[in-house]
Ligand binder design. Structure first.
Ligand code: PLP
Length: 375
């Protein structure tokens, strides 16, 4: 049986990885400035992570959510300590789309409304309501298109008020810094305005932190740059450093009841240990501070290159915008310089999403290669 052919693949086969490097079957070493799409937070195969997961699987890897699992409680406590989202509760699932799906469903249960407001160039996943709220017609099937979604320009506060005033919107879903779309970010006035309007019209504010959360921007959550209180915060990607895990943090205003949400695999023992270990390493190695410092260093270097028209992003969620499509440049970086980078919906934007453990010497290697290709 062959594979369902949905991914355009680069012909590279990583077989092992260590910190910011991956190695193919010929032992060729690649510098990973993509983090498997913002997933690798504490570095590939971190020894503490490997031993914690190995030890856990030798004891118990999985059992159902119908029994006690103190590892979930321990993870929730750690997330609270890191995020400062003190009174929130945690529901665990397996991916970013699933986190947003649960966030949208919960908003609808809570407000008893069903329309969703989302933003241009937003990306929230590929499942039912999450994909309907994603601004990409190509990935929305007719079955998804039956969801009621309105997509507004990022920054259109008046449009938000007009839509919410109809009293049929259950949720506004927003990435406070856009990932796949190309690292656009609106103003404090906009995010804080949306938050206030959500409170006024009994609408859930969903902060999609699937890509930006868990320290990637140098803050634990990207929304924390603003004075806002999301009703639901969705998380995944960096949370498990590659182990599939997602979740939502839920404001105490939203009450739980048995059966409201549920999952077979979500919050399993292995996933919880993976994510708790990620948080321990972030703390022990001061990785949020490193994200800030390496970001500043990266930007400083980027500013010296005249071909770069715009430097976008925060922390280690960065983008370099050129006045030409970057597809060829990206290929050259991979095949000639052995450096992984990312693309975006914006074809001129090269995305940089390295492990949070990255050091100056790795950034230097990237800029040497980039200069080489641009000359
Ligand atoms: C902001 C954001 N939300 C949701 C998702 C979907 O996550 P997943 O691919 O784990 O379903 C992504 C994935 O890229 C994302 O960037």
């Amino acid at each position: 049986m062959s594979l369902f052919n949905v991914y355009p693949l680069f012909d590279i086969t990583p077989v092992k990885a260590e910190d910011v490097f991956v190695f193919d079957e010929n032992n060729t070493k690649y510098l990973d400035l993509y983090g498997g799409h913002a997933v690798i937070s504490i570095g590939h195969s971190h020894p503490k992570y490997v031993s914690a997961i190995s030890e856990q699987v030798s004891k118990i890897g999985f059992y159902s959510n119908s029994i006690q699992n103190p590892l979930q409680v321990a993870l929730a406590k750690k997330i609270v300590a890191f995020s400062g989202c003190i009174d929130y509760t945690l529901f665990l699932c397996n991916s970013g789309a699933e986190a947003n799906e649960n966030a949208l469903k919960l908003s609808s249960f809570h407000t008893k409304k069903k329309k969703v407001l989302a933003f241009k160039n937003g990306f929230h996943g590929r499942t039912s309501a999450a994909v309907a709220a994603t601004d990409n017609a190509k990935i929305i099937a007719p079955i998804n298109a039956q969801q009621e979604v309105e997509i507004l320009e990022l920054g259109d506060l008046e449009g938000v008020e007009k839509a919410l005033a109809n009293n049929d919107v259950c949720a506004v879903i927003i990435e406070c810094i856009q990932g796949v779309g190309g690292l656009d970010e609106s103003t404090a006035e906009f995010y804080e305005g949306v938050d206030a309007l959500c409170k006024k019209y009994n609408v859930c504010f969903i902060a999609d932190e699937v890509q930006s959360g868990f320290g990637r921007t140098g803050d634990f959550f990207a929304f924390q740059k603003y004075n806002i209180t999301p009703d639901i915060i969705s998380i995944a990607k960096g949370m498990g450093n590659g182990f599939p895990i997602g979740g939502i943090l839920i404001h105490p205003n939203i009450t739980a009841s048995f059966g409201l949400l549920g999952t077979t695999f979500g919050g399993n023992h292995l996933a919880c240990v993976a994510s708790s270990t990620v948080l321990e390493v972030i703390e022990e190695e001061n990785l949020m501070q490193n994200a800030k410092e390496m970001s500043a260093y990266f930007m400083e270097k980027a500013e010296t290159i005249s071909e770069i028209k715009n430097i976008k992003g925060r922390g280690l969620m960065l983008g370099l915008e050129f006045d030409f499509p970057i597809a060829d440049l990206r290929k050259k970086l991979i095949f000639e310089h052995k450096i992984f980078t990312g693309s975006a919906k914006n074809p001129n934007l090269l995305r940089i999403l390295p492990p949070l453990t990255i050091k100056k010497e790795h950034i230097d290697v990237f800029f040497e290669a980039l200069k080489n290709e641009l000359n």
